[in-house]
Design a binder for this molecule. Structure first.
Ligand code: AMP
Length: 464
């Protein structure tokens, strides 16, 4: 590469600039507060794991592993990969650190970057951040409901309205094979109508045909048998209970028979959360109750419950959260059989939507109250000490110690909208005083350097 050519960020990877930090901080702060209140502990796992961890957990025939994994061989010959999601690493840590012997459920959350060699486009990056929330050791449907409730509460605390949960049950190892057979039998005579990827999926991962976005495939899928009708009694009961819990919290859910998610490890519950424009939450909740009633009445496998395709098509927009139950994953990775449920949220998409919806967030850095201006070497030295005194007293201060011109510094004070400017010149530095200037009025007074913190606090409390 010629020396003069500037180096750009890697395709699909982006900087989080200072102007955006307020959004990122708010998203993290709200998550951390909520999850702490609900008894979740934070865990951080490495960005790099051994490649087989992802092959075994996510599945070597999923898009995430087959097409999108950043995998490499080290000089020492180890097969490593950048994590494409957080759950697998968390499960590895749960087993490795013997968390099975702790009182269950073990509730953990994590936050950090993940990597997928995806085709970059709006809301789709190659390095993006996820918030990951997992609960290990509880197989009851209430655990799924709590998990979903947390995602909802978090998104609501950020100011999102019109949230929709798309939810489905994909059964388990006991009942899913029957469904997969029925689906294959249905698709086989129509193979020609399917896209090339779906023809491949028919052999390797037929469930994924259900959520293919290619219109011709979608058309075929609309009349396919629905998974919910093939659930065995235990899976059906679990799904019903979950729905009853969601009714209880008036969660705005929609049963989506085409939702299967892109990872192999899910069992029973799968869900995504989206933000929609049109209907308010209450109306959605009411609809959900009607749909749930259908399910509760129960249908035989020959006549599976059907959700009208038009309803699904209404759901535009990107999923902010995706998750589900994975009762087989811990044992698959060498741990004791342990049920688990959780979700991950894409932070870039959430920040994009916060901005698009003009949702206000507190500034990343509080507005400075005071600007500290100085003239001359001695004053600069005194200012270093004074700045720290002000900071310790909780007075948000700004300065530009490299500048020498008082005019330039007062301009900066105005720009940062400081209420007061403290001016330390040669004379003040020598006689241990400071000029306190009120920016609105231009009124100035001399204050002893030892009294300055007190004077500002006094003014701030409005007693002056
Ligand atoms: P997943 O790990 O695939 O279940 O995705 C969980 C969430 O991560 C999704 O709901 C999105 O919000 C987000 N997400 C997935 N892929 C990407 C991507 N390529 N770029 C940005 N966010 C993503």
């Amino acid at each position: 590469m010629p020396k003069s050519k500037t180096i750009q960020s890697v395709k699909g990877m982006h900087d989080i600039l200072p102007a955006d930090q307020a959004y990122w901080q708010q998203v993290q702060k709200k998550a951390s507060q909520l999850l702490t209140d609900y008894g979740f502990d934070r865990i951080d796992t490495p960005l790099v794991e051994s490649t087989p961890l992802f092959l075994r957990s996510i599945g070597d025939e999923t898009d995430i592993v087959e097409k999108e994994l950043y995998a490499f061989k080290t000089k020492g010959g180890d097969e490593l990969a950048l994590r494409p999601e957080i759950t697998a690493g968390m499960v590895r840590a749960y087993i490795e650190h013997g968390m099975q012997v702790m009182p269950q459920p073990v509730k953990l959350w994590s936050y950090g970057p993940v990597f997928r060699h995806d085709q970059p486009q709006a809301g789709r990056y190659r390095q993006f951040y996820q918030l990951d929330v997992e609960s290990f050791g509880d197989e009851s449907a209430v655990s799924d409901a709590e998990s979903i409730q947390l995602a909802l509460l978090w998104l609501e605390s950020l100011g999102f309205k019109n949230l929709t949960i798309r939810i489905n049950s994909i059964g388990d190892a006991n009942c899913r094979p029957q469904y997969l057979k029925a689906l294959r039998d249905y698709l086989k005579p129509q193979t020609k109508k399917l896209c090339v990827s779906c023809r491949n999926r028919m052999k390797k991962n037929v469930l994924r045909v259900l959520d293919c976005k290619v219109p011709t495939c979608h058309e075929v899928v609309l009349n396919a048998p629905q998974l919910v009708g093939y659930l065995d009694d235990a899976c059906k009961a679990h799904f019903k209970q979950l729905i009853e819990f969601l009714d209880e919290i008036r969660a705005p859910y929609l049963l989506d028979p085409y939702l299967v998610r892109g990872l192999d490890y899910y069992t029973r519950t799968v869900f995504e959360i989206l933000v929609e424009e049109e209907k308010p939450r209450e109306a959605k909740a009411a609809e959900a109750v009607v749909e749930a009633e259908n399910l509760k009445e129960g249908e035989e496998p020959e006549k599976p419950l059907r959700i009208e395709p038009a309803e699904i098509e209404n759901l535009t927009g990107l999923a902010l959260v995706g998750g589900g139950r994975y009762d087989g994953l811990i044992s698959l990775l060498g741990g004791q059989k342990t049920p688990a449920v959780g979700w991950a949220a894409g932070i870039e998409r959430i920040v994009m939507l916060l901005k698009a919806r003009d949702i206000n967030v507190p500034p990343a850095r509080p507005q400075p109250k005071v600007f500290l201006a100085q003239i001359g070497e001695l004053a600069k030295r005194k200012s270093l000490v004074l700045f720290e005194q002000l900071r310790k007293a909780g007075i948000v201060t700004s300065s530009s110690l490299g500048k020498d011109s008082i005019k330039a510094q007062l301009r900066m004070a105005n720009r940062v909208r400081a209420k007061y400017t403290l001016i330390v010149g040669q004379k003040e530095a020598l006689d241990h005083s400071v000029i306190l200037r009120e920016m609105d009025t231009g009124v100035q007074e001399f204050v002893g350097v030892d009294d300055i913190v007190e004077a500002i606090l006094w003014k701030r409390s409005g007693r002056d």
